[in-house]
Design a protein around this ligand. Sequence first.
Ligand SMILES: [Zn+2]
Length: 258
Amino acid sequence: MLKIHPIPAFSDNYIWTLIDASEERACVVDPGDATPVIDYLTANNLALTDILITHHHPDHTGGIAELTQRYSPAVYGPMNERIQGITQRLQEGQRIEVFGLDFSVIEVPGHTLDHIAYFSDSNTTPILFCGDTLFAAGCGRLFEGTPETMLASLEKLAALPAATQVYCTHEYTLANLRFASAVEPDNQDLLVRVQTEQAKRNADKPTLPSNLTLEFATNPFMRCATPSIKAAAEQYAGHAVDTKVEVFAAVRRWKDNF
Ligand SMILES: [Zn+2]
């Protein structure tokens, strides 16, 4: 049975670590910092064989050089040539295998233009490494893409099985839930989620992974077709918003200023 462990990094990143069944080999996702990864691998007698990169931001790529020098892993990542140290560049629909799990590559531009996600349904429950695209109760800021591109990317992820476990890179959940509660104060699922996620943080546990079912129920950015979200977006914008993209754009702008 494969284990997935979060290595905390910086103030709120998780470097997700897949450990193979023999507990001898590991694969890390978005190692922004090599030091906590080396510490964890050393403490657990693990060899690093694979690195998965989702996008070019330094807090996702900063550890590649040092980890490569030490372990010589395969390094998978986006086509973006600006990211140094990628040994296999990937695009939409390509598949890779890690510890017997078959991952397909999904291009999800929006947060950055080069952003990709890794999805596998060969595990008991399907898993998704989505970097800074989908967060628990939120989504990444639009640094490079437009609301159209980001919404299309989120809709690609929404088409995955509802049971999919969502491994995002940042522990932003409580702040995202505060915003989501401002958008939808009467959403009962959201009220429950605030309690359960707060309890995890009080116990010093990660709120992640999330899952798509929970996101459909509580994430305003996954609910742009919901009347309550549309009404809240119109109230924030001060005028009627007609399309899902306009709803998404208004809610994203609102979050940026929240
Ligand atoms: Zn980022």
